[in-house]
Write a protein that binds this ligand. Structure first.
Ligand SMILES: Cc1cc2nc3c(=O)[nH]c(=O)nc-3n(C[C@H](O)[C@H](O)[C@H](O)COP(=O)(O)OP(=O)(O)OC[C@H]3O[C@@H](n4cnc5c(N)ncnc54)[C@H](O)[C@@H]3O)c2cc1C
Length: 79
């Protein structure tokens, strides 16, 4: 999504060079629920880098969704 203004529209924090800032190794952005990977989040601009970041972001998203599901399950169990 390099060249897209969607991250700014969502309120994502940018780096001084204009990339979307990831706040952890899983590609989490400053906006809850928004993960970033690839050209929009790095100046490397290489396919392998984008793919690696995409894999990490996918794992991060999955982890966050599982945590939410476990939390919801716990709340149901507590009544
Ligand atoms: C001419 C050229 C040659 C290159 N050669 C090499 C090379 O030899 N080796 C190498 O490693 N890398 C190369 N690269 C870099 C490589 O292509 C990129 O690093 C890689 O494609 C980045 O992947 P990405 O998924 O981050 O972004 P992209 O591949 O740019 O994918 C982003 C996608 O998001 C879509 N998008 C944008 N805005 C929106 C929106 N608002 N809503 C929905 N979709 C949207 C775009 O249409 C696009 O399909 C080259 C790049 C170019 C331009």
């Amino acid at each position: 999504m390099a060249g897209s203004d969607l991250p700014q529209a969502l309120g994502c924090e940018l780096t001084p060079t204009g990339s979307v800032a990831a706040i952890d190794a899983m590609g989490k952005s400053s906006v809850p629920g928004v993960f970033v990977a690839g050209d929009i989040a790095t100046e490397m601009n290489q396919l392998i880098q984008a793919a690696a970041m995409g894999a990490m972001a996918g794992a991060g998203i999955n982890s966050e969704l599982l945590a939410e599901a476990w939390e919801a399950r716990g709340q149901v169990a507590q009544g």
